[in-house]
Design a protein. Structure first.
Length: 244
């Protein structure tokens, strides 16, 4: 493994000094667990037939072409074999130490919880939960994986994943909790996100006096406003910066 940059030492010192940190993460947090961001995965999906990922993940496409949606969803979005990486475990460790007050994620894979994090706000929902459109009964991921085509409830109703489709608003309760956490923190660590997807990226505008540390391979629109920018791989950077 390549040596980490001095920026990781700076991140470690920021974490040592903070009292109430919040982590806000995106797809880059999970790519190191073998989950491609869905833009990349869509690029190798063989049956898109010119459709964009926004279209195939829209509520309209789901309702009008459920069989096609579920084929795409199972092929591209579901990775039941994926395991948390060192970054997930480092954040859970920081929460157990009492310093990380919340993890806010744009990911839907549930890996933060698998690593042991307890206060996780999933802005875009989760693949781990599926809802019957008729009776509201909930099902786990295993039900979706076990059925072919469009999965159905025992009542006969069609299931939908409890994710936020394009064309749907974010869950207002989850967004409010995430907003309160950001407003109350003294260190906001942002990792693995391009910060171009709104309204989620707009959370950074509510950090008040908190220090801002960005961990991302590529430049983001917020780099000039950050107190620290880290270009190292996110899992290795978090693992090295957060004490055991």
């Amino acid at each position: 493994m390549a040596a980490l940059s001095p920026a990781v030492d700076s991140l470690r010192r920021m974490i040592e000094k903070c009292r109430k940190a919040v982590f806000f993460g995106g797809a880059g947090m999970s790519t190191e667990s073998g989950i491609p961001d869905f833009r990349s995965a869509h690029g190798i999906y063989q049956q898109a037939e010119g459709k964009s990922y926004e279209e195939m993940l829209s509520i309209r496409y789901f309702l009008n072409q459920p069989d096609e949606f579920w084929h795409f969803y199972r092929t591209v979005m579901l990775h039941p074999e994926a395991k948390p990486n060192a970054g997930h475990y480092a954040l859970a460790r920081l929460e157990q130490q009492g310093k990380l007050k919340a993890t806010v994620t744009q990911n839907i894979d549930g890996l933060h919880q698998d690593a042991g994090s307890r206060r996780v706000y999933e802005l875009h929902g989760t693949v781990r939960r599926n809802l019957c459109l008729s009776c509201g009964k909930t099902y786990g991921l295993d039900t979706v994986l076990a059925q072919q085509g469009t999965p159905h409830c025992t009542c006969g109703g069609m299931l939908r994943p409890d994710i936020v489709f394009y064309g749907e608003p974010l869950n207002s309760d989850v967004m409010d909790e995430a907003l309160r956490a950001v407003m109350d923190c003294d260190l906001l660590i942002v990792g693995g996100t391009s910060l171009t997807v709104y309204p989620a990226a707009g959370l950074l505008n509510y950090r008040r006096e908190a220090k801002l540390a960005l961990i991302n391979r590529d430049a983001t629109p917020y780099d000039q406003r950050a107190d620290l920018v880290v270009r190292d791989p996110i899992a290795a950077a978090l693992d090295a910066a957060i004490p055991q």
